[in-house]
Each structure stands twice: as C-alpha cells, then as structure tokens.
Write a protein that binds this ligand. Structure first.
Ligand code: PLP
Length: 542
C-alpha cells in the first residue's frame, strides 16, 4: 500500500475502530459545527452583543419586570404626548380635508402660525446647526428658482433636460471644489443620509461583483449614524473602530486591524458630527491603497466649509480627491452650501462606482426602468434651488462666509478653553465645538443653557454637548452672549457639583446608564410616534 499524506493518516487514526454509524455521526456533527462557527463569524453583530440582547429579552419576559417596564413606558408615552399638546397649544388641529378650500390669505396665515410654534428663537442664532444662514437675498433667489420649477421631474430627461443639466453642473462644481479629475462623477440626493446610503449601496454592490457575499463597512464610532441606517437598509455588517480618547480621531492602527476579506468600505469623517474633529484622512487613504478597499469621506457637515477654508486663510488638512485612496465623498449642499433643505451631493472617483449606485429593472411591464438614486420621481425644484443658490453665492462670497463662520468658531473655542471646569474635545476642524467637564455633570450645564434659550446637541460615550457654529452665529454679539452664558453656567455648576441633575438634558445622562439598549430604542420609537400625534379634545388634562 502506498504511503498516505500526514493529514489523512491523522484522520484515519481518529476513526480507527469506529463503527460506520459513528463515523457518519462524527462527520455530520463536525460539518454542522463548522457551519455554525462560520455563521457566527459572518453575523452582523458580535457574539457578546447577541448574548446580551438574548439576556435582556429573557429578562423582559419575567412578569414582574415586564409589568414594571410597561408602567414606566405608559408614563413616558404620556409625557411625550403632553409635550406635543403644549407645543401645539393655540393652533387649529385639522383632521378632515376642508369641504371648501381655504383662501390663499388664510393659508398664508396658518402657515405662519405653524412656523412660530417652536420653543427656540432660531433667527437670533440660539440654535446649534439647523439654520445655516439667515440671508434674505439667498432665500429669495433659491425660492424663486424653486417656485418656477417645483413641478419638474428629472426622471423624465426628455421633458426636463434643463433640470438634468443643472444637476450635472452642481455635481461638476462640487467635484472641482474637492479637486476631482475629469473621471469624477456623482449625483444630487435628497440629503446627507441618502448620499451615505448611496455610497454604501455602490460599494456593497462592487463587493458583490467581486464575490464577497457578506460585506462589512469599517467606520469610526464617531461616524454619522446614517451609516448604521444604511447598514440596516442594505444588510451590511458594521465594524466600529475606537477613536483616540484625547484627539477624538479614529485610531488608524485599529482601522488597519479591522480591515479584512469582507471589508467593502472604510469611512472617515471630515469632520464628524458629534465632536467636530477630523479623522486622519491621509492615513486612511494609505490604508485604502494598501489593502485595495475604497475609502469614503463623509464631508456632509464640513465639506462646503473645508473646501473654502484655505482660501479664507484657515488651516484644514487635505481630505478630498487629492488623496489617492479617496473613492467617494458626500457633502451637503443644504448645510454650508446654503441651499434649501433637501439636497446633498455624492461624488465618486470613477464612473464604475456610480454605476453600482444605480438600480435598473429590465423586466417591468411599465418598461425598462433605471434610476440613479433612491427616489423614482425626483424634485426638480430642489435641484434648481440648489443650483440657483450656488450660482448666486459664488466663490468669493462662500469664502467670505466661511471666514466669518470659522473665525466665530475659533473665537468660541478659544474662549471656552479659558473657562474653568470645562474642556474642549480634541481639535475642532471646522465649525463644531464640543465640550465636556470633569468637575460636574455636563448635562446640568446643558440644562442651564437650555433655560437661557440655547439649543445645543447632547453627546454620549463620552458625555458632552456641542455647538455647531453657522452663519446665524456670526451676527453681532451672539458668540459673546454664548460664551458669557457658558461661563456663568460653569460657575454655577462648579458651586453645585454633585447635586442631582434635572431637566430635559438630564435624560441623555440617564439614557447612557440603561444597560438594556432595546429599552432606549423603544423609548425613541415612542418619541417618534409623538411627532405624529395630533392632540385630541380632553388632552389638556394629561
Ligand atoms: C448632517 C450629517 C449627515 C447626514 O446628513 P442629513 O442631511 O442630515 O441626512 C451625515 N454626516 C455628517 C457628519 C453630518 O453632520
């Protein structure tokens, strides 16, 4: 008999003296074990995450626990409803289509009534982000363009070729701002989230085309949650990578370790939303080249500032197509592009990537149907308004507005660094300044600022608050008022450190402490429900 190779000998030894049925059983169970292990490895969530979830699912089935949770949830839902009732006090609640239409004048009045309902004075610059400029001329030009084109639909290229042209021009102008070459291309989307979903879709399908059946995106923990949303929609798994606790920039070595066979996309933010810090895009680009995986730069927030910062005399690291690993960039025209809400751009280095963004259905009885983005019919009016805004503002004015915003942001940053009891997170790259405290509960401070009329963003893991400086904050006295309110609040909190925290902002502190994250998720869903709640008669007594 010929000599058998080593592994086969080992297998023969393993089965020596076994009955045939035992051999079959052992073979079958080892195959099942391998399949099981493979499914664990390929799962969307880690084993510990799933075990934790199972544990809480089990805990919530214990009758006493279940009853307690249900009681608490009822309270919470009532609270949300009460807030809505309070916010909508004094306006007509309409449940039926009016039998006879209202007059244009009546409509105008009712719209104004609705516009003035909110709790914050956003025109005086009290809100973080949200309102990116307050210039009436820009508003007028954009809205005029919209009113002329509101009923157009670029889906019908033969009917509205002009809208297609405007979209192409917005894309081309953006490509040039981000130093792309003639190959670079892209589309307009309805916002940053859609741009991000589109990038994830494109690179998922690119991975599919290379035979990767279970693609994964590698993202910093600080990346915008739209990537998680994209992953939920597209069936991708997410590998979150830690950020350095001091710089709040992604740990580049950890990204390198996280990249594997399944990786379809690496993401870096320029800058991220929570802390306003910019990941080391140059280092991520090197990794992207080394491992031949695409890198997406999320410049939704900062893109249209960062593109003008150098010319405005402010330093900003290179983050765009000049870096060879950058495969795509998302940038929101409806943020610092100053266009009305509803547009963003997604840009790709190569037409091949954009092809993977498209969907085409060839067998539909309604005809062969291809479309570039999520929507079928698209709002030509929003594209025209975006185009009009960019053409009206022009390069010189973008540079000036950028300078005003960044100078205000630097002023706020410098002044906050001088205030006792708080610290600024990392190095704010563009316009977001996040701060926290080691001396007192930062949410106590946020609550005081909230009472002074400031709407700030609360941050968790680690706790903090941020202000996103927009052109609304460059109005005379606004930044000074903010700094002096923070200073007074810090002094107060310093004197009352350790006291229990009250108010709306305290919720963020509490929410971080809830170990069963599915409860936080349920509460959030009830909050979303409340956005769709219409007060009923008798609700005054809630
Ligand atoms: C705003 C933002 C997004 C998402 O954009 P939307 O327009 O809100 O959908 C993505 N990334 C960052 C960093 C953002 O600030």
């Amino acid at each position: 008999m010929s000599e058998r190779p080593q592994p086969l000998k080992a297998i023969n030894r393993l089965f020596e003296g076994k009955e045939p049925w035992q051999i079959v059983t052992m073979t079958a169970s080892s195959v099942l074990a391998i399949v099981w292990a493979h499914s664990l490895y390929n799962a969307k969530d880690s084993v510990t995450t799933r075990m934790r979830r199972e544990f809480f699912r089990w805990l919530r089935q214990v009758p006493l626990v279940r009853r307690k949770i249900e009681e608490k949830m009822t309270d919470i839902k009532q609270g949300f409803k009460k807030d809505v009732v309070k916010r909508l006090a004094g306006v007509n609640i309409r449940r039926e289509l009016p039998e006879n239409g209202l007059t244009a004048e009546q409509i105008r009045e009712e719209v104004m009534d609705h516009l003035h309902l909110g709790a914050y004075d956003w025109k005086s610059g009290n809100v973080s982000g949200a309102i990116y400029h307050l210039n009436d001329e820009i508003v007028k030009v954009a809205c005029e363009a919209y009113s002329q084109t509101a009923y157009t639909n670029p889906l019908h290229a033969d009917v509205f070729p002009g809208i297609n042209k405007m979209e192409s021009e917005v894309v081309r102008m953006a490509v040039n701002l981000f130093h792309g070459d003639a190959q670079c291309c892209g589309t307009i989307t309805t916002g940053g989230t859609e741009s991000i979903i589109m990038a994830c879709k494109a690179f998922r399908d690119l991975a599919y085309s290379k035979g990767i059946s279970n693609p994964q995106i590698v993202v910093p923990t600080t990346v915008h949650c739209a990537f998680d949303k994209a992953a939920q929609y597209l069936g991708l798994s997410v590998k979150s990578v830690r950020v350095d606790p001091d710089t709040l920039e992604v740990d580049v070595d950890a990204v390198r370790r996280a990249v594997g066979r399944r990786t379809c996309l690496i993401v870096g933010s320029a800058p991220n939303f929570p802390y306003g810090t910019m990941d080391n895009i140059a280092a991520l680009s090197d990794i992207a080249i080394e491992y031949d995986v695409p890198l997406h730069v999320d410049a939704c927030l900062g893109g249209f500032l960062a593109a003008f910062m150098t010319q405005a005399g402010h330093q900003v690291p290179v983050f765009d197509f000049r870096l060879p690993g950058v495969a795509s960039i998302s940038a929101d025209t409806h943020k610092y592009g100053y266009a009305p809400k509803g547009t963003s751009v997604i840009l790709y280095r190569k037409p091949e990537y954009r092809h993977h963004q498209y969907t085409v259905t060839t067998e539909w009885p309604g005809g062969v149907y291809g479309s570039p983005t999520v929507n079928g019919s698209r709002a030509g009016g929003l594209i025209a308004a975006c185009w009009a805004t960019m053409m009206f503002v022009g390069r010189d004015r973008y540079v000036r507005m950028t300078d005003e915003i960044v100078r205000t942001a630097r002023y706020v940053e410098d002044e906050l660094r001088k205030i006792d009891g708080i610290f600024v997170f990392g190095k704010p790259a563009t316009s977001v300044i996040a701060f926290g405290s080691k001396k007192f509960d930062i949410f106590q401070m946020a609550d005081l600022l909230h009472k002074k009329g400031w709407s700030l963003n609360a941050l968790q893991f680690p706790s903090g608050v941020h202000i996103c400086i927009t052109h609304a904050h460059t109005q005379a006295g606004v930044a000074e008022r903010f700094v002096s309110d923070v200073s007074a609040a810090a002094a107060h909190c310093g004197r009352h450190a350790g006291e229990p925290v009250h108010g709306k902002m305290a919720i963020y502190g509490v929410a971080q402490e809830i170990p069963d994250r599915s409860l936080v998720s349920d509460i959030t869903k009830h909050f979303i429900d409340s956005m769709y709640y219409l007060p009923e008669p008798g609700d005054e007594n809630l």
